[in-house]
Write a protein that binds this ligand. Structure first.
Ligand SMILES: [Fe+2]
Length: 261
């Protein structure tokens, strides 16, 4: 994997970062830099920038002074928030209730990242989407399926942390194998929201996302990289991924509604 800055056009850059589990296996992580219609910038998620990657981001953003906000979208991705705030101390800092709870010394803005306030503030440039039918912040911290997605119409890019994933393809085989397959997070069944109708609500949300992103050109995901799509292909791949995981979701919901003997 390794660090990289992908220029996806239309004022959208995806930062590919390193994330080593137990200090060994690099599963990668990401953040994105978005140029707003106003000419100012926001980050989607945080990453501790260094070396040439940091130099390039600083050059794009007038030494960081043009960055107005950092939007931390995934409640369980908290590792780089402090470093990013240190690098961009004047940018407003947004996160979920879990960010605030884990890092209480950072100057979090009052509005939560998933709030209607923030959606309205950045609605001209970004459309946020919170999956229905699953928990955004699971009580089980191993369940990372929930995350706030961000759709950037100007570049046709969808920024996703963990809800959607791409099957990793070894670098050497990339020219030979088909593009990496899209799949929904394996912990989705454990993330189902309480109460009836969770699977129905989740399905409706996926279908809505497929319609909203029908002309998607780029998908960027936290731990498995980037994939380009021809218009229409992302929606088909997303609905196919939904069909593949649906039996597991239905079984999980059925188990839950069967009273214990
Ligand atoms: Fe993650």
């Amino acid at each position: 994997m390794g660090e990289a800055l992908l220029d996806l056009g239309g004022g959208f850059w995806n930062i590919r970062g390193d994330f080593r589990v137990a200090g060994v296996v690099n599963v990668g992580t990401h953040a994105s830099l978005v140029r707003l219609a106003s000419g100012r910038f926001v980050f989607l998620d945080s990453y501790g920038l260094k070396g040439s990657l940091r130099d390039r981001v600083m050059a794009l953003t007038e030494g960081g002074s043009a960055v107005e906000a950092i939007l931390n979208l995934h409640p369980f991705h908290t590792l780089h928030c402090e470093a990013m705030h240190r690098d961009f101390p004047h940018a407003a800092l947004y996160g979920s209730a879990r960010h605030r709870q884990r890092l209480p010394d950072l100057p979090w803005a009052e509005a939560a990242v998933e709030s209607a306030t923030l959606a309205a503030r950045y609605g001209e440039d970004l459309a946020f989407s919170l999956p229905a039918g699953i928990d955004y912040i699971s009580a089980d911290d191993r369940v990372h399926a929930g995350s706030l997605l961000a759709w950037h119409q100007a570049s046709g890019t969808l920024h996703v942390d963990d809800t959607l994933n791409l099957m990793p393809v070894p670098r050497l085989l990339r020219g030979v194998l088909p593009p990496p397959r899209l799949f929904l997070h394996p912990t989705l069944p454990q993330a189902l929201a309480p109460g009836p109708g969770a699977v129905r609500d989740f399905r409706a949300w996926v279908k809505g996302l497929a319609a909203q992103c029908a002309d998607l050109r780029h998908l960027v995901v936290a731990h498995s990289g980037h994939r380009s799509f021809a218009p229409g292909d992302f929606s088909k791949a997303l609905l196919a991924a939904l069909r593949r995981i649906s039996p597991r979701l239905e079984r999980a919901e059925a188990r839950r509604s069967t009273p214990a003997a």
